[in-house]
Design a protein around this ligand. Structure first.
Ligand code: SF4
Length: 194
């Protein structure tokens, strides 16, 4: 189920409600422009999680429509600061993870309430959320040294003696917090996988 509808129980925050607004935009009778506030309101809480794309028998993929609406609405224009801050988060956190001292500076700054509140306000993040502790390395730099299967494993091997798994680390695991990805490596290695 759509997580935003699950949270608010407002029809406009459901996939169906959004589709209805976009239908009006497409036929141009009640809504004529891409920057109509009703379109903004309808798409505002969509997480672009694509849950609807998997659930909907009619193939409604609201995340794709949302991208298209935002693209047309902001084409050639400056977007809200939150789009740059959150939309480029993988770039910013890659910098904090690779430039020496940047993660420590950012973590310290986020403990200072006025700076934290300002950053959250610009990013459009609810003040009640916690700021994750940024790590000072990339998961991809850590992983190669820890991903070979241990010789002590009792798991039967395939013909060439190795069992391979490809683990794709998302942006969060890559440069914000890789604890989960590291644990996954640990489990796979103990199970005899490379
Ligand atoms: S992508 Fe679909 S399921 Fe996810 S929040 Fe948006 S409308 Fe809801």
């Amino acid at each position: 189920m759509c997580p935003s509808f699950n949270a608010t129980k407002n029809e406009i925050d459901s996939t169906r409600g959004r589709a209805r607004v976009l239908e009006e935009l497409a036929n141009g009778e009640l809504i004529a422009t891409w920057d109509d506030p009703r379109v903004t309101r309808a798409l505002d809480l969509c997480l672009a999680c694509k849950a609807c794309a998997a659930d909907c028998p009619a193939g409604i993929d609201m995340a794709k429509y949302r991208s298209e609406v935002y693209y047309r609405r902001y084409r050639g224009k400056v977007r809200p600061a939150s789009h740059y801050l959150l939309g480029r988060l993988p770039v910013w956190t890659r910098l904090t993870a690779t430039i020496p001292g940047m993660a420590a500076i950012s973590n310290t700054a986020m403990k200072i309430p006025p700076i934290r509140n300002l950053a959250f306000k610009i990013a459009g993040i609810d003040a009640r959320r916690q700021m994750p502790h940024l790590q000072s390395h990339l998961f991809n730099n850590w992983a190669p040294k820890h991903t070979c299967a241990r010789k002590t494993s009792s798991v039967p091997r395939s013909d060439n003696g190795k069992k391979y798994v490809v683990l794709w680390a998302d942006s969060f695991s890559q440069s914000i917090n890789d604890e989960g990805a590291r644990d996954m490596i640990e489990v796979l290695v103990l199970a005899g996988y490379t």
